[in-house]
Design a protein around this ligand. Structure first.
Ligand SMILES: [Zn+2]
Length: 327
C-alpha cells in the first residue's frame, strides 16, 4: 500500500513524506486519532517507505523490502500488538533486546507498537529508557486512539502525528470501491461510521439496515418492556458479529440522546431518522444515566476479547436500559 492509498489523511501523510525527503526523522512518533482511520496502515507504509529500494519517499510494494514488510517477515520491522487486552512487559523486553544490534537488512529498523495505551505500567516503565534514547537507525512508532491514557513521561518523548476522522464522502467512495456497495448504501453506512473506515467496513458486512432497525426498535420499546430486551440479549449474543453490532447500535442510541441533551445539535446525530423519539427520551434521562449506560457498553466492548459472557453482558445492559428510575 502506497501513501496515496491511505485516504482522508493528507496532512499526516504529508508530514511523514516530508520527513523522509528532508531526512529529518524523529526517532519516536505517536500516531494518534480515532479508531479505524488508517493509523496502522500509515505506520506500515512509513516503514516500507523508509526502506523501499525503488521509491524515495513512498512504498512501491514490489521490491523485496516492501514485500517482506507486507508479509510481516522482515527481520528489522516489528509490529507489537496487544495480547488479551494488554501489552505485557515480556513483549516489550523482547523488542528492547532485539534493538541491541544494528539492523540486519533495513536502512531503518522500525518498531510499531499498536494500541500503545494497552501497555501495562511495568511495560511502559521498561520502555521509557528506550523511548528516551532509541538506538541509531531505529524509528519507534506508537499508535493510540486514546493517547490521554498514556503516561505523560511517554507522551513527552514522542513526535505527535495527528490522524482525523475520514470525511464521510471519502469513506463512502472507499466502500463503493472496496466493497462494491451502491452509492446510496455506501453513503448511509459512511454516515453511520463516524469517520472511521474500519467501522464502515464492519458495518457494511452485515445487513446494516435490517440489523440497525431491529436493534434500535428493540431499545426504543424495551425500556418499557424488559422482556423485549432479554429476548434481544439472547438473539444477539449468539455470535461475535451480532454482539458487536448490538453494542454499537445501542451505543449510538444513547450517544444521540446525549448529544441532544448537551448540545442540541441535530446534525451530529447518527440516527437522524429517530430524532422525534430521541427528543422525547431526552427529557426522561439524566446525563449521569446516559454516561453510565454508555460507559458500561464501552467496558463490555473492551472486555469482548477476554471472553465475556455475551448474553450476561447484554442482560445486565438490558437491566440498566430498562430501569424505571429514570427521571
Ligand atoms: Zn519498495
Amino acid at each position: 500500500m502506497s501513501f496515496n492509498e491511505i485516504k482522508g489523511q493528507d496532512r499526516a501523510i504529508k508530514i511523514l513524506k516530508q520527513a523522509i525527503t528532508n531526512n529529518h526523522l524523529a526517532q519516536t512518533y505517536l500516531f494518534h486519532g480515532p479508531e479505524g482511520v488508517g493509523k496502522k496502515k500509515a505506520a506500515i507504509t512509513f516503514a516500507k517507505a523508509l526502506n523501499c529500494t525503488t521509491h524515495e519517499n513512498d512504498a512501491c510494494d514490489q521490491c523485496l523490502s516492501c514485500r517482506k514488510i507486507e508479509q510481516s517477515i522482515h527481520p528489522d520491522i516489528s509490529l507489537l500488538q496487544q495480547d488479551k487486552g494488554e501489552i505485557k512487559i515480556g513483549a516489550i523486553r523482547d523488542i528492547i533486546n532485539s534493538m541491541v544490534y544494528r539492523p540486519i537488512e533495513a536502512r531503518k529498523r522500525v518498531v510499531i507498537v499498536d494500541e500503545a495505551d494497552k501497555c501495562n505500567i511495568s511495560a511502559s516503565n521498561a520502555f521509557l529508557k528506550t523511548l528516551e534514547e532509541p538506538p541509531v537507525d531505529t524509528v519507534i512508532i506508537l499508535i493510540s486512539s486514546g493517547p490521554d491514557t498514556l503516561p505523560q513521561t511517554v507522551l513527552s518523548r514522542c513526535h505527535k502525528v495527528s490522524f482525523g476522522n475520514v470525511p464521510t464522502q471519502t469513506v463512502a467512495e472507499m466502500l463503493m470501491q472496496l466493497k462494491g456497495l451502491s452509492q446510496a448504501k455506501a453513503e448511509s453506512v459512511a454516515c453511520l461510521a463516524d469517520g472511521s473506515i474500519g467501522k464502515a467496513i464492519t458495518l457494511s458486512s452485515a445487513d446494516v439496515k435490517e440489523v440497525r432497525e431491529d436493534i434500535l426498535a428493540g431499545v426504543a420499546k424495551g425500556y418499557r418492556d424488559p422482556y423485549l430486551l432479554f429476548e434481544m440479549a439472547e438473539r444477539f449474543s449468539k455470535d461475535e458479529n451480532g454482539f458487536y453490532n448490538a453494542l454499537y447500535w445501542i451505543h449510538t442510541y444513547f450517544r444521540d440522546i446525549l448529544i441532544l441533551k448537551s448540545h442540541g445539535d441535530f446534525t451530529l446525530l447518527i440516527n437522524k431518522d429517530m430524532t422525534d423519539h430521541f427528543l422525547k427520551r431526552r427529557d426522561q434521562m439524566t446525563i449521569e444515566r446516559l454516561l453510565d449506560i454508555m460507559g458500561f457498553i464501552q467496558s463490555v466492548y473492551k472486555g469482548q476479547e477476554r471472553n465475556v459472557n455475551k448474553q450476561l453482558a447484554l442482560e445486565v445492559l438490558g437491566t440498566k436500559i430498562g430501569d424505571n428510575q429514570w427521571k
